[in-house]
Design a protein around this ligand. Sequence first.
Ligand SMILES: C[S@@+](CC[C@H](N)C(=O)[O-])C[C@H]1O[C@@H](n2cnc3c(N)ncnc32)[C@H](O)[C@@H]1O
Length: 209
Amino acid sequence: MDGVRVEHMAFGSLSITFDATVLRPRPWTVHQARWAADLMRDAPPGPVLELCAGAGQIGLLAVAGSDRHLVQVDADPVACRYAGVNAERSVHTRRGGVEVRRARVDDALRPGERFALIIADPPWVPTVAVGRYPDDPVHAIDGGADGLEVMRRCLTAIGRHLAPGGSAVVQLGTLQQAVTAGEDAQPLRLLALRSYRPRGVLALLRRCR
Ligand SMILES: C[S@@+](CC[C@H](N)C(=O)[O-])C[C@H]1O[C@@H](n2cnc3c(N)ncnc32)[C@H](O)[C@@H]1O
């Protein structure tokens, strides 16, 4: 946060603080938070997990009307600092509480931890296409050869840590990516897609019976 211009923007009912070294919050992703909030009403008891949280706005908005505990994970220390700042200001801090973990998806969770709802927003731009987004930090958007490398790690974590009866809402770039990710998602099943072309796609996953 030193030597860079700190910015603020509205995200749903929240005011989010960030700078250009993390991904600028994208307004359309309020739909991910709202879908998660809807699913949360019928979810089993338990906390909420956000993987690849960045400045934390999607998870914070999702839990804003609930008293569920929120765990937010990101590998980038600057993103985690902003997530902490934004959590401090969020109404939710006075209810269920927020924990920010600076860690890679593979290392962030303890065996036996279970979450009623999981949100994931990993990088999904194929490495060859990263140059099309010169304003975005590469580490926040580079999803490897097919754009799905971090998503696959998220799916592994979701498969291990989603509570029985729980739901996951994940973000991808295209419908084709969503279908490919769904094919690799065992023990999860892709149940629904919502397209916000050309900005992105949301997918709902649940554990196979
Ligand atoms: C597409 S950005 C999304 C950030 C935020 N959800 C948003 O909408 O602004 C992806 C985030 O994933 C983080 N990230 C990338 N690889 C990761 C990994 N292996 N484990 C944890 N976080 C990772 C990046 O630091 C970045 O903040």
